[in-house]
Design a protein around this ligand. Structure first.
Ligand SMILES: Cc1cc2nc3c(=O)[nH]c(=O)nc-3n(C[C@H](O)[C@H](O)[C@H](O)COP(=O)(O)O)c2cc1C
Length: 536
């Protein structure tokens, strides 16, 4: 039997016009996964709620202008978690209520779990902690017996991200693995933005093997996951002095806590298990060279119209469920959103992203003042221009439009609302918005090194998070779109070969609010708004 290949998974998990990717067929509500993971028996630290006190403005962050770094300790790490993986509101309707978080998730299923790997610091003993977002609490999973084992954690700390594939597979079946990866990308960006709001820079570490991450976070401990859904390692993010990234600490010797079981029954998705194995990351040394983008100060267009605090933009982020189908946005606002997707080394979330830029928005512009409706390409890395031109339909216009220096190209002037809706699984949000887009990613990278399949999706998730926050700052709203007919998008672009694939879609416009829903505060319990002073 030939070995399982990445392309087997990718092709089988495509939605097609005549057949959706294999899914459960119906929703087994009795087995809906518990919304929150917890580790029973682990000691807990209840975190203070301090995000309201942050002075950082979103428009400064997106320019790379950060406040002086906060001292690292319980209060500041609590804010980091509150503004990245924390709950942002509760919604209720018809007797049901559900949490929304700062990081979005396909189907609001939240497969991403967060961990803190910390040395000794004010308010936190050295150890490995799981973050419980509903309770805004840390659960202490691991402790080292000797301080030498955690050397390197005196100049910063690590945030670990993992995925529980079952959470997404319960609803979406085979395609769920992709959604877990998108969500991880959103979470990486959420951590990077929250870190920047505290004056810190986050950086995804490139060298750890998945097996090392699993051992460090205790994911490989069968005894702690008896009967519970396993977590797959995704990445470690360093937050601390730039250039002082530590060697991966040895796994702690002492562990506590047992993972809760999320569903009483499970449906196995063999393709997910196999693609997870096939895309397992080995330890790597080299950092892929990233093309150098202009420094943060060289803004090409004015920033967003609204000037909001970073915490507000992060917490008010929501997915639009419907757009009005009428509103246009100004071209400056549109260009500013696109510009924020360009990699600038000091700018969150891109300062956290160590890999080469591989994903490029292909835009369906519907309602942008001063721009003809049509198909546009935004080429984030100049080196990708020629390969993209060669891969796409040969008679596209490739006419440069917009401000000098912004790599935006008109391919075809045309009303593409029906096409956008059809490609996005017939979802109206793709047509009623101001614009929609698909992210065309250099898939050949993943064929050469399968673990990069996950990294390509992460990059797309990061792009999505940028667009979500930019939409809020521009006074509109966005929605990530994981449901799209892959090859219909490729056919529309006239894509030849499979060196490129569209991996994630997005849409943004003037949202219609669902007035039936009631909103409740994220954390209604009493916690100190610590520290008492304003955080600058
Ligand atoms: C990877 C991903 C794919 C998504 N796909 C869709 C989609 O196809 N259609 C849709 O209406 N919403 C989609 N969403 C939006 C989610 O449903 C939304 O994030 C979730 O319900 C949580 O709500 P919030 O974003 O307002 O916090 C997607 C979100 C993500 C992160």
């Amino acid at each position: 039997m030939r070995p399982y290949r990445l392309s087997d998974y990718h092709e089988r998990s495509k939605h097609r016009l005549n057949r959706y990717a294999p899914g459960p067929g119906w929703l087994d509500w009795a087995n809906q996964p518990e919304a929150f993971r917890s580790f029973e028996g682990a000691a807990r630290i209840e975190l203070p709620l301090g995000a309201d006190l942050l002075a950082a403005r979103y428009n400064d962050l997106r320019r790379g202008t950060l406040q002086p770094p906060q001292p690292i300790g319980l209060d500041s790490i609590a804010i980091l978690l509150e503004l990245s993986l924390g709950v942002s509101a509760w919604k209720s309707y018809g007797g049901a209520s559900w949490a929304l978080r700062c990081n979005p998730s396909s189907g609001n299923l939240h497969p991403t779990e967060g961990y803190l790997v910390a040395g000794q610091m004010p308010g936190i003993d050295a150890g490995i902690y799981h973050y419980h977002s509903r309770d805004h609490a840390l659960e202490r999973r691991g402790a080292w017996l000797a301080s030498a084992s955690r050397s390197g954690l005196d100049r910063g700390f690590l945030v670990g991200l993992t995925s529980i594939h079952w959470r997404e597979a319960w609803k979406y079946g085979m395609r769920a693995f992709r959604y877990c990866q998108h969500d991880c990308g959103h979470a990486i960006a959420a951590v990077a933005y929250a870190a920047a709001a505290l004056g810190w820079r986050a950086r995804v570490l490139v060298w750890p093997a998945d097996a090392e991450i699993a051992a460090l976070l205790g994911l490989n401990r069968d005894e702690d996951f008896a009967g519970a859904e396993r977590e797959a390692p995704e990445c470690l993010i360093w937050i601390g002095s730039p250039g002082a990234e530590p060697a991966i600490p040895a796994p702690p010797e002492h562990w506590s806590g047992a993972a809760n079981r999320l569903s009483s029954k499970h449906v196995g998705w063999e393709d997910i298990e196999r693609v997870a194995q096939c895309t397992e990351k080995p330890g790597t040394e080299a950092i892929a060279a990233r093309s150098i983008a202009p420094p943060a100060s060289e803004q090409l267009v004015a920033g967003p119209r609204l000037d909001l605090s970073a915490a507000r933009v992060i917490r008010q982020r929501r997915s639009a469920q419907a757009f009005d189908g009428e509103t246009s946005i100004g071209d400056e606002a549109f260009y500013a959103m696109l510009e924020a997707t360009l990699v600038r080394d000091g700018t969150p979330p891109w300062c956290a992203w160590p890999y080469a830029i591989e994903a490029h928005p292909m835009l369906f512009v519907h309602r942008v003042e001063g721009l003809e409706p049509g198909l546009y390409a935004f080429v984030r890395d100049p080196q990708a221009l020629e390969p993209l031109r060669a891969a796409l339909r040969s008679d596209w216009l490739w006419q440069r439009v917009g401000p000098d220096g912004l790599p935006l190209y008109l391919l075809l002037a045309y009303d593409l609302r029906d096409a956008a809706r059809a490609i996005c699984c017939h979802q109206d949000i793709a047509a009623d918005s101001c614009f929609a887009l698909g992210m065309l990613a250099r898939f050949e990278r993943a064929r050469a090194e399968p673990w990069r399949y996950r990294a390509l999706h992460w990059e797309c998730g990061i792009l999505g998070q940028v667009l979500y926050l930019e939409a809020e700052a521009a006074g509109i709203r966005g929605t990530g779109i994981g449901c799209f007919f892959d090859d219909e998008m490729h056919a529309l672009l006239g894509l030849q070969g499979n060196a490129w694939q569209s991996l994630y879609h997005f849409t943004a416009g003037n949202a219609l609010e669902d007035v039936r829903l009631t909103s409740l505060p994220a954390y209604a319990f009493e916690r100190p708004r610590s520290p008492a002073r304003n955080i600058r």
